[in-house]
Design a protein around this ligand. Structure first.
Ligand SMILES: Cc1cc2nc3c(=O)[nH]c(=O)nc-3n(C[C@H](O)[C@H](O)[C@H](O)COP(=O)(O)OP(=O)(O)OC[C@H]3O[C@@H](n4cnc5c(N)ncnc54)[C@H](O)[C@@H]3O)c2cc1C
Length: 394
């Protein structure tokens, strides 16, 4: 079978299309195989951190994303008694071109990237094409695509598995996805109710620590998303009902018992990292490589950071500027910071909200009161520290 002179990507999520955009920008022809009939439209991740915006700006995607999103310079921690600390990314304006978060659904980014990429001759996308099997040799990857029941073989030079948490590429290559699943699931309830009218000094991103029922409030254009943990004892059917969502929401603002609910999303939460991020000519990035709880908004952002780290190296290898061994740095750098930073920090964030780390509130107050500590903290939560650490790993 003829080998196509292209990089193949499985999955047209934010990570797959981000990888495609960076490869095409560097002159590398790309074909994306997407299992779905169209781009996903689910309400999922909605926070873009400062360095991710810096990366997206490189191929013109940051400005349209900001135009469709909401700029959030501040975030805060609260208890039911009031604000513990509010942080402003202005304190790290010398470390990023975007000293704020952008709150915008991930499907807006994939649409923006897809629309831009479709105008470029080096980009192709094939919908309804599930990567079902993967083989490789020293020069090529060989895919079996499942297209609505019929299968097709295709060969290309490299493969990026950006096909999400249940990655078929990871399974096909027999890579272990070590870690655990939290017993509780998370429920996200979206409402057009403006919480600012009911909660004093509320920032667009606000975490409420509580030993019984923590939650967080996150504003996106036209809606607020409220995320709650759910006990194992609540069945999926009950958890997905409007009555159950209303009962949870009634605990957010005292005296407010009924909300207009736009939608709810119930999902399982995992902390897992693939044993390998590279197997020969195949790579894993984004949810295919790692999963973490959403506290701190690091899953999609970390995935986009993977995509940029990998594709800049892959483009250099493609263009003959560096040897193939350069690609090993991808796994060395990104797997280490995934384990040492994204997994650790997201677990600590969850424990803090559960009030399981005694004194975390006093520590936060101290951090907010000290400019140098505030700066170090913001560099860490904005994920700039993880990128610096990855670069140091060589
Ligand atoms: C229900 C849900 C809610 C979430 N909510 C939040 C949240 O509130 N906050 C947050 O920070 N994060 C959230 N996340 C996580 C966040 O959405 C992910 O980190 C992010 O989507 C990762 O992007 P990705 O491109 O790696 O994978 P995905 O976005 O999952 O994209 C993978 C793509 O690959 C396609 N695909 C799958 N298998 C194949 C195959 N074999 N061949 C070809 N294509 C394939 C899929 O159709 C999909 O389009 C949520 C995740 C889920 C599942």
């Amino acid at each position: 079978m003829a080998i196509e002179e292209r990089v193949f990507i499985a999955g047209a999520g934010p990570v797959g299309l981000g990888a495609a955009a960076n490869l095409v920008r560097h002159g590398v022809p790309v074909t994306v195989f997407e299992a779905g009939a169209a781009l996903a439209e689910e309400s999922r991740a909605s926070t873009f951190h400062p360095p991710t915006l810096d990366m997206l700006e490189e191929f013109g995607a940051a400005a349209p994303l900001m135009a469709q999103g909401l700029v959030a310079p501040q975030f805060q921690y609260r208890t039911r008694a009031g604000v513990i600390a509010t942080f402003d990314f202005a304190a790290i304006a010398d470390a990023t071109r975007h000293p704020f978060r952008v709150q915008s659904e991930q499907f807006k980014l994939t649409r923006i990237l897809h629309e831009r990429l479709c105008k470029l001759p080096d980009f192709r996308i094939e919908f309804g094409s599930r990567v079902a099997a993967v083989a490789q040799d020293n020069t090529a990857v060989h895919l079996t695509l499942d297209r609505d029941g019929s299968s097709e073989r295709r060969s290309g030079r490299w493969l990026i598995g950006a096909d999400g948490g249940r990655s078929d590429v990871r399974r096909a290559l027999g890579v272990e996805f070590a870690g655990f699943t939290w017993p509780e699931r998370f429920l996200v309830v979206s409402t057009p109710f403006d919480f600012r009218s009911a909660i004093a000094d509320l920032a667009s991103v606000s975490y409420l620590a509580d030993p019984v029922r923590w939650h967080f409030l996150l504003e996106i254009p036209g809606l607020w998303r409220v995320m709650f943990p759910l006990a194992e004892t609540v069945g999926d059917e009950e958890a997905s009902s409007r009555a159950f969502a209303q009962a949870l929401m009634a605990g957010v603002v005292p005296g407010l018992a009924h909300y207009e609910i736009a939608h709810t999303t119930l999902y399982k939460v995992h902390q897992r990292v693939a044993r390998n991020f590279r197997i020969g000519r195949c790579f894993f990035a984004g949810d295919a490589a790692h999963l973490n709880n959403p506290l701190g908004g690091m899953g999609m952002n970390g995935g986009i950071h993977d995509a940029m780290n990998l594709t800049v190296r892959l483009a250099a290898v493609w263009n003959g500027a560096v040897p193939d061994a350069e690609l090993d740095r991808y796994e060395r750098q990104r797997r280490a910071v995934t384990l040492g930073y994204i997994e650790t920090q997201s677990i600590a964030n969850k424990r803090n909200l559960e009030c399981a780390n005694p004194g975390f509130d006093v520590e936060l107050e101290r951090t907010a009161a000290d400019p140098q500590r505030t700066r170090d903290y913001l560099i860490r939560v904005a994920m700039i520290a993880s990128l610096r650490r990855a670069a140091e790993l060589g």
